[in-house]
Design a protein around this ligand. Structure first.
Ligand SMILES: Nc1nc2c(ncn2[C@@H]2O[C@H](COP(=O)(O)OP(=O)(O)OP(=O)(O)O)[C@@H](O)[C@H]2O)c(=O)[nH]1
Ligand SMILES: [Mg+2]
Length: 365
């Protein structure tokens, strides 16, 4: 490892040459202990993000560098956006290491949901996506649930090796590590966390006491998530913070639901039925007739149908996805925004910004 000093909040190498680049601190702070950079300071105290020039490829390269090191992997995924927070080919990227899948943000799912079923559902999806994890643990880093079980699982699998916590941006890697630090030395919020994707910028090492380390890593950017196409203010509306209260709508064919003004869901065929929406409690859902939907969207985006604000919504960049639930109950996923549970036998058309993934998966319920 280099002996360059790093920001304890985000892992960026400290420098005092350019305030606009990662790791900036005034010269006078450079040689102090436990320094945080200007960007982390502003994130922690004002919740303001300073953009950096690192790309998706830079972060993948960092992850790929783990392949030559010894260690085990804790892959944090977001249960609310499981496939959206999946890294394809992770085992290949990090070298053939043991993988613990930590399914985070369990607190967002309705409490009535059966944990055992969620566990099996995750194991099944992981298998379909080509991974056979050595363990799956359900956690909520924020609420401190399942953390002891995760620690025990790590202890039983790591055989004295380092532990790398990896995942896509915003899944809660740093929040999780903060909880682990807090439970061992009592200090709170050592690492910077935020609702902005791309908070952590480089590896951050946390000593485990026996000469080995746990590492926080920068998240891999998933550009197919809605979170990348909204403003900072809108991000606060669409990112759920507490247990989601599903909103259930009884629809007839020819009716449409708007999720804010970001997504239009036309119910085309399948008789009267319910669409159960799992999105942030702050996101407005609006029902209308499909025949009026497009003109309403264009007139009311940014007003009745918000977020987005009207200023930047691009109607030329909308993609239509036709979905049919065939013979089983399924969830329509709108990556980074949420999902809608629909029973068998429905045809729907979903309009969303063209970069955002829209697809069906077996229902979590
Ligand atoms: N509801 C809920 N939110 C969580 C949980 N864990 C983290 N979050 C929130 O998710 C957001 C991202 O958390 P971070 O810990 O910064 O995520 P990260 O994976 O380190 O993100 P990057 O550093 O950008 O890769 C923050 O707004 C957290 O408060 C959780 O268990 N439940
Ligand atoms: Mg982080």
């Amino acid at each position: 490892m280099s002996n360059e000093q790093k920001c304890i909040g985000c892992g960026a190498i400290l420098q005092s040459d350019d305030p606009n680049l990662p790791g900036y601190v005034p010269k006078s702070s450079l040689n102090k202990e436990d320094v945080i950079c200007k960007r982390c300071f502003r994130l922690k105290h004002y919740n303001e993000i300073q953009d950096v020039d690192l790309t998706s490829d830079d972060f993948l390269t960092m992850l790929n560098a783990l392949s030559t090191r010894e260690g085990i992997i804790v892959n944090v995924v977001d249960v609310f956006d499981f496939q959206g927070s999946w890294i394809n080919g992770l085992k290949r990227i990090v070298g053939n290491k043991k993988i613990i899948l930590a399914a985070n943000k369990m607190d967002l799912l309705p409490k009535l949901i059966n944990k055992r079923r969620v566990q099996l559902w995750i194991e099944k999806l992981a298998k379909e996506l080509g991974m056979k994890p050595d363990a799956v643990v359900l956690i909520s880093a924020e609420k401190n649930h399942g953390i002891d079980e995760l620690l025990e699982t790590i202890a039983s699998l790591r055989e004295g090796k380092d532990v790398y916590v990896v995942g896509t941006t915003n899944v809660g890697k740093s929040t999780l590590i903060n909880k682990l630090i807090e439970s061992s030395i009592g200090e709170k919020n050592v690492i910077t966390t935020s609702h902005f994707p791309g908070t952590t910028l480089d590896l951050i090492d946390i000593p485990l006491g026996d000469g080995t380390f746990m590492y926080d890593t920068p998240g891999i950017i998933q550009s197919h998530q809605m979170t990348h196409y909204v403003t900072d203010k809108e991000l606060k509306v669409i990112m759920p913070k507490s247990e989601i209260k599903p909103k259930n709508y009884q629809l007839n064919e020819g009716q449409t639901l708007f999720l804010g003004g970001l997504v239009r869901v036309d119910y085309v065929q399948g008789g009267r039925r319910s669409l159960n929406c799992f999105v942030s409690n702050l996101l407005n859902i609006h029902r209308t007739k499909t025949e009026n939907a497009q003109s309403l969207w264009e007139r009311q985006v940014g007003d009745l149908l918000t977020p987005p604000g009207d200023q930047q919504f691009d109607f030329n960049n909308i993609k239509k996805t036709i979905l049919s639930t065939k013979n089983v109950k399924q969830d329509i996923i709108i990556s980074g925004l949420g999902f809608i549970t629909v029973d068998a036998g429905a045809v729907l058309e979903v309009y969303a910004p063209s970069e955002v993934n829209v697809y069906l998966r077996p229902s979590i319920l």
